[in-house]
Ligand binder design. Sequence first.
Ligand SMILES: Nc1nc2c(ncn2[C@@H]2O[C@H](COP(=O)(O)OP(=O)(O)O)[C@@H](O)[C@H]2O)c(=O)[nH]1
Ligand SMILES: [Mg+2]
Length: 288
Amino acid sequence: MAVNVAVFTWFSIIDEHYSLSVSNSRRIVILGKTGVGKSSLANTIFGEGLFEVGDTVNSETRTCQAETKPVNGGNITLIDTPGFFDTHRSEEEMKSAILRCVTEFAPGPHVFLIVLRVERFTPQEQDVIAKMHQYFSDEFLQYATVLFTHGDQLSEGQTIEERVGDNKPVMELVKKCGGRCHVIDNKYWKNNPQERYRNNQVQVKELLKTIDEMVEANKGGCYTNEMLQAVEERIKQEAQLMRQSGVRMSEEQINQKAKDKVFLGLCLGLACVSVGVVLGGFLVQQRV
Ligand SMILES: Nc1nc2c(ncn2[C@@H]2O[C@H](COP(=O)(O)OP(=O)(O)O)[C@@H](O)[C@H]2O)c(=O)[nH]1
Ligand SMILES: [Mg+2]
């Protein structure tokens, strides 16, 4: 009982938007099932192979990977995630991966990219979308954009908006994201300078424009809650303690070590909490 009360206090949500001191830096979390092309998308956005692409089940992303690059005069941090919506993962595996993500993007992401494949709208996909509707509050979707991979599967001359119009649950998801949806093809749209639509460079530019508009509409704030802010506070405290102890490390190393320490603390502290609570805690705007 005591644990539940503590957890609900920990996960209770505040309504204020959490503005960043550096308004042109963006933390972007990439969500979706394993194999939809999340890691490839991260590489397409950055224009280099920083993220590990999985060709077999064994090489799939198992934890979060965060990389930062300067883009258009600001910094973009991409946080690649394992398939939180996969059905074949154990609860424990999911929980530690989610907590790792939380420490990577605290105090919260500016953008969630919900990744789907153009051609795959099987019952399994419908389940994933149903799960997303279950976990993602409308407030959460205010920070989200749907991104389709495998754009080459579009019919000739077809736009992603036209394709989305054929599928009601997907259309509803896109609608809840303020109509924001984009398409790329990580494999076939790499070098298409003559194409104005089937061209990753063009599409990434459009995506970044949408992201800028969305961040602006959210007044520069990121999606946050008390849990994420508490995590950021703890990371800052750990980093400060390390600096005071006089360790000979770069700021980047100190921050990474501080994150590792807070991550371990979270794993221990939330050992008896279910994945639903952990995932819900960071995605759903709960009222207590
Ligand atoms: N044809 C095509 N293949 C893709 C696309 N995106 C990813 N892939 C392939 O799909 C597989 C899984 O990609 P990955 O980025 O690791 O997916 P993740 O598990 O969501 O991170 C890899 O073999 C990729 O080369 C795409 O847009 N088009
Ligand atoms: Mg991956």
